[in-house]
Design a protein around this ligand. Sequence first.
Ligand code: SAH
Ligand code: SF4
Ligand code: F3S
Length: 410
Amino acid sequence: MQFYIETLGCQMNVLDSELAASALIGSGLTPASDKFDADVILFNTCSIRRHAEDKVFSALGRLKTWKDKKPYSVLGVIGCMAQKEQKNIFQRVPFVDLVLGPGSLDTLAAAVHQLLDEKVSGSRQAKKIAVSLDRKVNRHNDLIESYRLFNPERTVKETGTIKDIKAPKHASLVRIMFGCNQFCSYCIVPYVRGPEQSRPPGEIIAEVQSLVRQGVSKITFIGQTVNSYIYQDGGKTAKLADLLYEASNIAGLEQLDFVTGYPKGVDDALLQAVRDLPAVLKHFHIPAQSGSDSVLRRMNRHYTAAEYRELTDRIYSAIPGSSLTSDFIVGFCGETDAEFEATVDLVKYCRFRNSFVFKYSVREGTKSAELYADDVPETVKKYRNNWLLEVQKTAGTDDGACQSCRNRYN
Ligand code: SAH
Ligand code: SF4
Ligand code: F3S
């Protein structure tokens, strides 16, 4: 029996698709090269903007004919939309069989097999849902238990089986932390990926060693706020810099980088590690989101534009030849022309290698959806989006060579 995974969203999902494929192959399924040959189709979904969700609903709708032709097949929605939308997915697309959130990925293979079994033994209506607890109303420890980390042993040859994975076979993503505690007012991630959980350093280093033994030479450490990585064990504390030093000692590992950074908590130890370790890319992706203090306050970002500028000064002066990339949201609730101009000024000042610009999209359940009106007209959002990209082109330093920038979002 064959499976197919379609991946949307950020590197978290790219990695999760790889892990899901590993688990499904381990359970006896084989990867399909054509989607319509598959008996199991999974959509690994993203909720970051409305557009990402709309794309999934229309893609699911287009699978009706496939589903009618293969009544024993399994159609599943995994990833962030599974956690956010839960039963709504069954309501909107009744022929979906499985909804499984990011904190339940460890149960994916068993759930798929159970559904396949139930279907062949006559229960065509079989459905399954596995999601984590609601972050708004549950206790920390219960939440952590409901967002289980899933880091099975991977074999590199599987990387080629998942649509949309652009990484070459000698490059791998390694998750160092799960979830997010920042609660930026516009962002759905803390609600769909749960509380921050840093993995034990020993486990991370063992995973890197195993990948290097399989021929991987480039590793990207990933986390939503990768510089908040912290693991305490007994009297010992490990931070991102410690991981970089330890991974750099692994023979055969040629390149190491990390995404995504948060503008607070970039400590000197991290700058020193990036400066001194030859394998570590002299590059930081640290989204600023806006250059206006009032917008940053409404976004609940906990820093000012001046502090962000100081951070870039610190990085450029501590690490000769270093480069920076950023994300921006334009048209955030109440953003005035003057507030947008402040973002333009920041882009001019910071000499980013590249900037990713997004139009604000209301996410139900977030603070900004609750507190502020989405009152910037769509045409103004588009105009500011294009304008900021133009400014970035003129002020930026991208020479087209930065692979990690191009792989950032799909
Ligand atoms: N953890 C990372 C990135 C998270 S999502 C960080 O904190 O920077 C990637 C990008 O999507 C964000 O940096 C932000 O620019 C954008 N984004 C998040 N929520 C959004 C929303 N509601 N509307 C538009 N863009 C959004
Ligand atoms: Fe979202 Fe903010 Fe967390 Fe990034 S740091 S994932 S933007 S809440
Ligand atoms: Fe999207 Fe989830 Fe990543 S919402 S951006 S796939 S963590």
